[in-house]
Design a protein around this ligand. Structure first.
Ligand code: FES
Ligand code: FES
Length: 516
C-alpha cells in the first residue's frame, strides 16, 4: 500500500517475508516490517516512513552522518537503517555500539559490512555539516562523498521496482518445478480466455528473433523460454509468461496453467555430469564440458624435484547466492518502433545487444535505462527480467513491469560456481615457492553465462602474486542441471590460497618476491 497506492517508494521490499528489514517503518514510533503489517489493523495508529522523517527534519543529522561515513553504498537498505536508527536516537541520543547493533539488527546490508553504518549512527549528533568534497586533483587522502549519495540517504534514488508507467501490465513467469524435465503446453488460448484480467500468454513461439541469450556471444545458449521439443535444464527455467492487469494477476493461481511435466533424472554434481553414460545437456558439448583453461610456465617435474618441502590439498566450495537486497525488477514500454527497458542492471550495453538479438531489432530500436542497483555483486551482469519485459512490451504494445519475488530471484538467477580445487605446492626451507600444480573443476550449471570466463581466469589468478620456477594450472567448467553459475571467480581462486597458506604453509617464512 505504501509503495503502490501512496507512492512512498523510500520504503523498499527486499524479501516480502519479514527477513531483510528493507521495508522498516515506524508504527507508533516502533520499528516494524511493513511487509508483515496488515493494513487492516492500522486504524488510528501512526505510520512513519523515511519520507515523513525527512520532511520533519528529524533525521537530518543521521543522513549527514551516513554521507560522511560512507554508510550508504548501494543504498537499498539505507531507508530501513535510517528509520531504525531514528527510533533509537529518540530514546537514546548517545547510543553505545552495542545499542546501535541491537537497534539495527533487523535490517540486513550486503554492501557495507555494517561498520560504517554503526559509526555513522554513533556520530549522528556530531555531523551537522558534511565535509565538502575536495577540489579536482586533491582527492587522495580525503573522504569523497558519493555523487549520488544524497539521493540514497533521502530515499529518492530510483531502483528497479520504484518506477513504472501508469497502466502498466504485470508479468508472471511460468517456471519448471524440476531440475530436468520434458514438458508440453496445453491450450494457452483457452487459458487466457478463461482467466479474467489475463491479457496474453507468451512462449518460445512468440520470440521474433533468437531464442537464446548469454553474456559471451560465442557461448550464448540460454533460451528465454524452453522450447517444447527440448528439455528444461534447471529448476526455475522459464517456459512461458502470463501478462495481465495488476489486480487480477495478484490473485492468479498459476497452478492451473496448462503445462504437463515429465520429470527426468538430473545430473547435479561434477562427478555425475562426467560419469560414463551421463546425459549430455548440450548436444555439441561432449562430456558436459563447456570449456577448459590452461596456464603453464617452466618445467614442473624439475621444479618439484628441487623443492625441499611439498604440500598438497583439496578444497571444495558450494553454490553461493549473491543475495543482493534488491530483487531483479524493471519495466518496459514500446515507443513507436523502439522498445525502452528501465531495469536494475550492471551491464546496460550487454543487455541491449542481447535484446536486439531476441527481438530481431536493430541496435537503435532498443534502449536500456539503468536504474540504481540495490546490490549486484556480479549476478546482475546477466539478463534476468529484461527479455520478458522487452518481449511483452514489444508484442503487446503496452507498458509492462516485473519484479521477481525473492524465491524466484534465488531460483532463476546466476550463482557463484561450486568448485573442487586441488593444489600441490613446492617450496624451499628459506621460504621460496618453487612449483605449483593446480586443477580446478567448476560446476557451471545448466547454461554458459560467465562459465568460460571463470574457467579461463582462475588459472591466471590461482598462483596469487608469487613467482614460481614452474607453474601449471588447469581448469574445466562442467554443465549440470543446477542453476547457471556466473561471477565471482576471484573468491574461488583465492579461497584455497588462504586455507592452504594458513593450514599448511603457515610455519614457513614465506617471502613475497615482487615482479616487474
Ligand atoms: S522484511 Fe519486509 S521486505 Fe524484507
Ligand atoms: S548499502 Fe546496504 S545493502 Fe547496499
Amino acid at each position: 500500500m505504501l509503495r503502490d497506492d501512496l507512492g512512498f517508494t523510500a520504503t523498499k521490499v527486499g524479501c516480502d517475508a519479514g527477513d531483510c528489514g528493507a521495508c522498516t517503518v515506524l508504527l507508533d514510533g516502533e520499528p516494524v516490517s511493513a511487509c508483515m503489517t496488515p493494513v487492516g489493523g492500522l486504524a488510528g495508529r501512526q505510520v512513519q516512513t523515511l519520507e515523513g522523517l525527512r520532511a520533519s527534519g528529524e533525521c537530518h543529522g543521521l543522513q549527514t552522518a551516513f554521507l560522511m561515513h560512507g554508510a550508504a553504498q548501494c543504498g537499498i537498505c539505507t531507508p530501513g537503517m535510517l528509520v531504525s536508527a531514528a527510533a533509537l536516537l529518540r530514546v537514546t541520543p548517545a547510543p553505545t555500539e552495542q545499542q546501535v547493533m541491537d537497534a539495527l539488527g533487523g535490517v540486513l546490508c550486503r554492501c557495507t559490512g555494517y561498520r560504517k553504518i554503526i559509526t555513522a549512527v554513533m556520530n549522528a549528533g556530531a555531523a551537522e555539516v558534511a565535509e565538502p568534497s575536495p577540489p579536482v586533483g586533491k582527492a587522495v587522502g580525503h573522504r569523497v562523498r558519493r555523487v549520488d549519495g544524497q539521493r540514497k540517504v533521502d530515499g529518492t534514488d530510483v531502483f528497479g521496482a520504484d518506477d513504472s508507467p501508469a497502466g502498466a501490465l504485470v508479468i508472471r513467469v511460468v517456471r519448471s518445478p524440476f531440475h530436468r524435465a520434458r514438458f508440453q503446453l496445453g491450450d494457452v488460448d483457452a487459458y487466457v480466455a478463461a482467466s479474467p484480467g489475463v491479457v496474453a500468454v507468451l512462449t518460445a513461439a512468440d520470440i521474433p528473433g533468437r531464442n537464446r541469450f548469454g553474456v559471451i556471444p560465442a557461448t550464448a545458449d540460454q533460451p528465454v523460454f524452453a522450447e517444447p521439443d527440448e528439455e528444461v535444464r534447471f529448476r526455475g527455467e522459464a517456459v512461458a509468461m502470463i501478462v495481465g492487469e495488476p489486480e487480477p494477476m495478484a490473485a492468479l493461481d498459476t497452478a492451473t496453467f496448462p503445462v504437463v511435466w515429465s520429470e527426468l533424472p538430473p545430473v547435479m554434481s561434477i562427478d555425475d555430469a562426467q560419469a560414463s553414460g551421463a546425459p549430455r545437456l548440450h548436444p555439441t558439448r561432449e562430456g558436459n564440458v563447456l570449456i577448459r583453461g590452461n596456464v603453464r610456465r617452466g618445467e614442473l617435474d624439475r621444479a618439484f624435484a628441487a623443492a625441499e618441502i611439498e604440500v598438497e590439498g583439496v578444497f571444495e566450495t558450494g553454490f553461493i547466492e549473491h543475495a543482493y537486497i534488491e530483487p531483479e525488477a524493471g519495466y518496459a514500454e514500446r515507443i513507436g518502433d523502439r522498445v525502452e527497458v528501465q531495469v536494475t542492471t550492471q551491464s546496460p550495453h550487454m543487455d541491449r545487444i542481447e535484446l536486439e538479438a531476441i527481438l530481431g531489432l536493430p541496435a537503435e530500436a532498443v534502449r536500456i535505462k539503468p536504474t540504481a542497483v540495490g546490490g549486484g555483486f556480479g549476478s546482475k551482469l546477466d539478463l534476468s527480467v529484461q527479455p520478458y519485459l522487452a518481449l511483452a512490451a514489444w508484442t503487446l504494445g503496452r507498458p509492462v513491469r516485473l519484479t521477481y519475488t525473492r524465491p524466484e530471484s534465488m531460483m532463476s538467477t546466476t550463482k557463484r560456481h561450486p568448485s573442487r580445487l586441488r593444489a600441490r605446492v613446492g617450496a624451499t626451507h628459506d621460504g621460496r615457492l618453487t612449483a605449483m600444480d593446480f586443477t580446478g573443476e567448476f560446476n557451471t550449471g545448466a547454461y554458459a553465462s560467465w562459465g568460460s570466463t571463470v574457467a579461463n581466469r582462475v588459472p591466471v589468478h590461482a598462483g596469487g602474486p608469487y613467482v614460481y620456477d614452474a607453474y601449471r594450472a588447469r581448469t574445466v567448467a562442467i554443465h549440470t542441471n543446477g542453476p547457471p553459475s556466473a561471477t565471482n571467480r576471484f573468491r574461488q581462486s583465492c579461497a584455497w590460497q588462504f586455507a592452504f597458506r594458513t593450514e599448511r604453509l603457515g610455519s614457513l617464512p614465506i617471502r613475497v618476491v615482487p615482479t616487474s
